[in-house]
Write a protein that binds this ligand. Structure first.
Ligand code: CAA
Length: 296
C-alpha cells in the first residue's frame, strides 16, 4: 500500500495528508476548491517547518514529504489508482453518502474506502457502496501530526482483512490504533462529548465560571486543555452535532445538548473558527481571554 488519496483539505484532511506524506506515502489531496488546497499545502508546509524547528523531523524529511504531496480538484483524477482513500469532508451525512457513492464507482476495486467521520455511522456509509467489507472508520484526532490515537471503527460488514490492513497502516504512521465497533459516537466522542456537555451545563447553571471549570480539569485531572477550551478548539457546531447523534442514536435524555450550547451555535459563536466561543480569539495574542459575556 503506497498510494493514498485524502478527500477534503480542511483541518483534519490536511493533517491526515501531512502525516501520510511525512511517512513516505504518495498522497493526493482532493478538494473542490483550488483556494482551499493552496491554503492546505501552506498549512502543511508551516506545520512541517514547526517540526523541523523542534527537531522532531529533519529538513530532508520535510522536503520529501512536500514532494510526496499532489493536489486535485477532481475526485476521479485525484483518486487515480489509490490503495486507500480517506474521506475527511465536512461532517454532513448527505455529503458523505454522495462522496462514497461517487468514489465507489471510480476507485480501484481493491481499494479500501475509509472515513474520518467523528460520529456518522460507518455501516450506513458502507451501505451506499458495493464494497461494504472494504469500508472502515479511520478517526484521527486534532492536531493530527501530534495526537497518537487512531480510532479504527468496524462497520457491521467491515472484513477482518480490511481492519487488519488499517490497524497495521496506522502503526506505520507511528500512531496507536484502537479497534472499536460502530455504535453512536464510537468510543472517543461517546465519552468526550458528555464531559464537554456537562462542563457547559456547569457554566449554564452558574456552578462556576469558564476559567474555573477549565482549571479544575486542567490542574485537577491533567487535561492539556479544559473542556470549554477544547469545545472551542473542536468547534461548537461539531460538538452540538455529535451530541445530537448520541441523543438520537441512543434515545437517552442524558445526551441532550445543553441549551447554552444550542444558543451559541445558533448565534454563530462556534469557537476558534468563528473567533468567539467560551473564549475570544480575536485579540491576536496566545493568551486565553474569556469571552465578554462570560466574564465575572
Ligand atoms: N502540526 C505539527 N505539530 C504541532 C501542531 C500541528 N498542527 N500543533 C501543535 N504541534 C506541536 C508543537 O510544535 C509542540 O511540539 P513539541 O512538543 O515538540 O514542542 C506540541 O505540538 C505542543 O504544541 P504547543 O507547544 O504549540 O502547544 P501546547 O503545548 O499548548 O499543545 C495541543 C497544543 C497539542 C493542541 C494540546 O493543547 C492538546 O493536546 N490539546 C488537546 C487536544 C485534543 O484533545 N484533541 C482531540 C480533540 S477531539 C478530536 O479531534 C476528534 C473529534 O471527533 C471531535
Amino acid at each position: 500500500m503506497n498510494n493514498i488519496a485524502v478527500i477534503g483539505s480542511g483541518t483534519m484532511g490536511n493533517g491526515i495528508a501531512h502525516v501520510f506524506a511525512q511517512y513516505g506515502y504518495k498522497v493526493s489531496l482532493i478538494d473542490i476548491s483550488e483556494d482551499a488546497l493552496k491554503k492546505a499545502v501552506a498549512t502543511i508546509d508551516k506545520n512541517l517547518a514547526r517540526q523541523v524547528e523542534k527537531g522532531s523531523i529533519t529538513a530532508d524529511v520535510k522536503q520529501k514529504a512536500l514532494a510526496n504531496l499532489t493536489t486535485s480538484t477532481s475526485v476521479k483524477e485525484g483518486i487515480g489508482q489509490a490503495d486507500l482513500i480517506v474521506e475527511a469532508a465536512t461532517e454532513n451525512i448527505d455529503l458523505k453518502l454522495k462522496i462514497f457513492k461517487d468514489m465507489d464507482e471510480v476507485a480501484n476495486p481493491a481499494a479500501i474506502l475509509a472515513t474520518n467521520t467523528s460520529s456518522i455511522s460507518i455501516t450506513k456509509i458502507a451501505s451506499v457502496t458495493n464494497r461494504p467489507a472494504q469500508v472502515i472508520g479511520m478517526h484521527f484526532m486534532n492536531p493530527v501530526p501530534v495526537m497518537k490515537l487512531v480510532e479504527v471503527i468496524r462497520g457491521y460488514a467491515t472484513s477482518d482483512e480490511t481492519t487488519k490492513t488499517v490497524m497495521e497502516l496506522s502503526k506505520k504512521l507511528e500512531k496507536i490504533p484502537v479497534e472499536v465497533n460502530d455504535y453512536p459516537g464510537f468510543v472517543a466522542n461517546r465519552i468526550l462529548m458528555p464531559m464537554i456537555n456537562e462542563a457547559i451545563y456547569s457554566l449554564y447553571e452558574g456552578v462556576a465560571g469558564v476559567s474555573e471549570i477549565d482549571n479544575v480539569m486542567k490542574l485537577g485531572m491533567a487535561h492539556p486543555m479544559g473542556p470549554l477550551q477544547l469545545a472551542d478548539f473542536i468547534g461548537l457546531d461539531v460538538c452540538l452535532s455529535i451530541l445530537r447523534v448520541l441523543h438520537d442514536g441512543f434515545g437517552n435524555p442524558k445526551y441532550a445538548p445543553c441549551p447554552l450550547l444550542v444558543n451559541m451555535v445558533q448565534a454563530g459563536h462556534k469557537g476558534v473558527k468563528s473567533g468567539n466561543g467560551f473564549y475570544q480569539y480575536k485579540t491576536g495574542s496566545k493568551e486565553l481571554v474569556v469571552a465578554d459575556r462570560f466574564k465575572r
